[in-house]
Ligand binder design. Structure first.
Ligand SMILES: Nc1ncnc2c1ncn2[C@@H]1O[C@H](COP(=O)(O)OP(=O)(O)OP(=O)(O)O)[C@@H](O)[C@H]1O
Ligand SMILES: [Mg+2]
Length: 245
């Protein structure tokens, strides 16, 4: 069982959108058994998103997929409760392939993600960043903490704008490389299709489907990134990871 989170210590970077899409990719494309935990008190965007999606499906008389993955809302985020959640998670090993956790965008010692790290319950953190000195510096500092605590970590560029000069993005990759931070060359475009909610069938950011063809056509970086994350998190202990070039 692997525990993975798309996480960044800043709000609005894409954590929840990518946690949903990755859980859907694992379930509906790779056929993995997935559990999602929403620890993002008090907003619980992911949990409520699923509720709205279900209502939307049912109001259109559409049947829910059979293999829909559970999304658990962790309502009590006190230290002790999170420790209990983590020890219960460990018992799921063998019954579940992936646990995807949506955390709030903050990284202090009282945050739930720190309990997961302390209890050695987190396998990989994937960090969405933008071209911004402060965001990049935060990502570097966190990557250092994850490395020291044995958590795999990878950074990728989200909301890429191809009208910008290519060197702007190439420099970011070179900077993370020089800082010893694993950086994905799979970039995710800033695209309206990622923000569209349940208006039509086959929307991209969905917990009930993963429209692979549509995503490959409109934002291939998403699938490239997910393939890379799976390759990294599932590789053997002895292997060293080579990011896509
Ligand atoms: N590549 C992208 N293109 C367009 N919009 C995006 C992209 N990535 C994220 N967004 C949008 O940015 C907004 C914030 O994303 P999201 O809620 O996933 O971030 P978050 O990090 O979980 O935020 P919070 O810190 O509030 O939990 C959403 O409206 C989402 O649709
Ligand atoms: Mg969120």
């Amino acid at each position: 069982m692997k525990v993975v989170t798309f996480f960044m210590s800043k709000g609005g970077t894409g954590k929840t959108s990518f946690n949903i899409m990755f859980a859907s990719y694992l379930t509906y494309i790779l056929g993995r058994r997935v559990l999602v935990l929403d620890v993002d008190f008090p907003e619980y965007n992911l949990y409520f998103y699923r509720e709205r999606e279900k209502d939307d499906y049912l109001s259109k008389d559409k049947e829910l997929p059979e293999n829909i993955y559970p999304i658990e809302q962790v309502q009590n985020v006190s230290e002790n409760h999170i420790r209990n959640v983590v020890s219960n998670l460990k018992r799921l090993d063998g019954a579940v392939d992936y646990v995807i956790v949506d955390f709030p965008g903050s990284f202090t010692s009282s945050d739930a993600i720190c309990r997961f790290i302390e209890e050695e319950a987190l396998d990989m953190v994937v960090m969405p960043v933008e071209v911004d000195g402060m965001v990049m510096s935060s990502a570097r500092s966190m990557a250092k903490v994850f490395k020291e605590t044995g958590v795999k970590c990878m950074v990728f560029l989200n909301r890429v704008d191809y009208r910008q000069n290519e060197s702007r993005y190439a420099n970011v990759g070179e900077w993370f490389d020089s800082e010893g931070v694993t950086f994905s060359r799979n970039r995710v475009k800033g695209a309206a299709v990622l923000t569209k909610d349940m208006k039509d069938n086959g929307f991209v950011r969905s917990s009930l489907c993963f429209p692979m063809k549509k995503i490959m056509r409109e934002n291939p970086g998403v699938v490239g990134l997910f393939e890379e994350v799976v390759r990294y998190v599932e590789m053997g202990e002895q292997d060293s990871f080579e990011p896509d070039r």
